[in-house]
Design a binder for this molecule. Structure first.
Ligand code: LLP
Length: 432
């Protein structure tokens, strides 16, 4: 009803997620607490898998971008749902390998992977390494040679499309630290180098044009730019690449007014474009990979807080302070991100108050939302911030030595802890 199908209000007027009363979760696990709905996460995975089957004959794979929310349980769920995994660090890879995530479905990203991380990936036998630059290419070739292996790689390309702008633009020279530039010839130089290396097998190209994108056109344009480059590679080297990875960035609902397109619309459109355009360029149609992060977990999660002090400053504003803040959700201080906030124990009442919800961290910018509409709340009420499933726990910190909250997963109306909250002992664990 609000921003996600898994959110509702029960007969007591309490907010529910996945059929669980959020006020009961707050009581049982304390606050702050992140809550995620397993069925919603699985449903989101299936939308991606089924769309690839329906519109592209199953010739592809959806990789969950684990930077959105990475832990052992989410890796287990992704493995069960037939998803691949996009990891960007040794730590994310370690989390996946610790639950035996199928190696061939792991894709290793990053613009500055260390030799140790590359070796870790080679040793586990990850499916593909997404190579970002020439130095990485050279290091990887040496490490693969030492391990007696030939590494399958995908090259990350800057397609020159900036979808972060309101009206997306195609720029000549995109300013980004990620990937090989097309227009300077750097990308072709990388390709020629890769095909000459004995321990490297170049199998595809990758691009990622941004996040929280609602429009289909930039994705379509990116697919064309990449296919054009595949045709150039074929002409220059005779090599036909078999994989096209178009990255993530599919928008979700943070506010009621957000209107994300269903993924099947994207897949339908992009499949048509790739089928037609690769035929025109006389290329074999490549398999498609996509890397949704936010679209899998974002709207499947919320955070519960308890209201502490309420400070009304006449003619200025009302601050509602909660028992968490920028340590568990740094997205407002970083990006002024929008969220819907609901008083969980009085969810059916009208949201008639306009307040600023602040955290408890020692910093004036520690705010979760400004000038937001919420039920008239008082000390002791439970506030739910919706759509916090992505880039909240994964970007959380120990600032002010305040521990990260636990993560509770709900399934079939039953909650269970999937990540424990930090204790004070955890906080001093590495101090000497
Ligand atoms: N693939 C690549 C190569 C990426 O760089 C990203 C996100 C994704 C996939 C997943 O994008 P998604 O589908 O989740 O939008 N911390 C920010 C987002 C940074 C995302 C960086 N890369 C946030 O809180 O919104």
């Amino acid at each position: 009803m609000y921003v996600s199908d898994c959110i509702d209000i029960n007969s007591q007027g309490h907010l529910t997620i996945g059929g669980c009363d959020t006020t009961h979760i707050a009581k049982e696990f304390g606050t702050p607490v992140y809550v995620m709905d397993e069925d919603e996460i699985r449903k989101n995975c299936r939308k991606f898998v089924e769309s690839i089957n329906e519109y592209y004959g199953g010739n592809g794979m959806a990789l969950y971008a684990s930077k959105a929310f990475c832990c052992k349980e989410i890796c287990r769920i992704m493995a069960q749902e037939g998803m691949g995994l996009d990891v960007v660090s040794g730590g994310e890879l370690f989390t996946a390998t610790s639950v035996g995530f199928p190696a061939e479905r792991i894709y290793f990203h990053g613009n500055n992977k260390t030799s140790a991380e590359l070796k870790q990936a080679i040793d586990y036998g990850v499916g593909k390494i997404i190579v970002d630059n020439i130095l990485e290419l050279e290091t990887l070739n040496e490490l693969a040679s030492a391990a007696g292996k030939k590494e399958k790689i995908i090259m990350r390309i800057k397609p020159g499309i900036d979808a972060h702008t309101h009206e997306f633009i195609k720029t000549g020279q995109i300013d980004s630290k990620f990937g090989f530039a097309l227009e300077t010839g750097e990308a072709m130089e990388g390709v020629l180098k890769a095909v000459s290396m004995p321990n490297i097998e170049l199998v595809g190209l990758h691009c990622h044009i941004g996040s929280q994108i609602f429009d289909l056109d930039p994705f379509e344009l990116a697919a064309r730019v990449m296919l054009d480059f595949m045709a150039e590679i074929k002409q220059a080297t005779g090599l036909e690449l078999s994989e096209l990875n178009l990255g993530g960035g599919f928008g979700i609902k943070y506010k009621k007014t957000d209107r994300p397109r269903p993924f099947k619309d994207y897949m339908k459109k992009v499949s048509e474009v790739i089928n037609e355009y690769s035929k025109k360029l006389k290329l074999k149609t490549p398999s498609i990979l996509v890397e949704p992060g936010r679209a899998i977990v974002g709207a499947a999660g919320l955070t519960l807080y308890t209201v502490g002090s309420v400070k009304s400053i006449p003619d200025v504003r009302t601050y509602i302070s909660v028992d968490g803040g920028m340590g568990d959700n740094p997205r407002y201080i970083l990006y002024q991100s929008n969220y819907e906030i609901i008083c969980a124990n009085r969810a059916a009442e009208k949201r008639s108050a306009t307040v600023t919800v602040a955290g408890k961290f020692c910093e004036s910018g520690d705010i979760i939302q400004e000038w937001t509409h919420v039920q008239p709340v008082k000390t002791g009420d439970i506030l739910a911030v919706l759509s916090t499933g992505a880039y909240n726990y994964s970007m959380a910190s120990h600032y002010n030595r305040i521990g990260r909250p636990p993560v509770v997963m709900v399934k079939g109306g039953e909650p269970r802890i999937i990540i424990r909250g930090d204790s004070y002992e955890d906080i001093i664990m590495n101090d000497i």
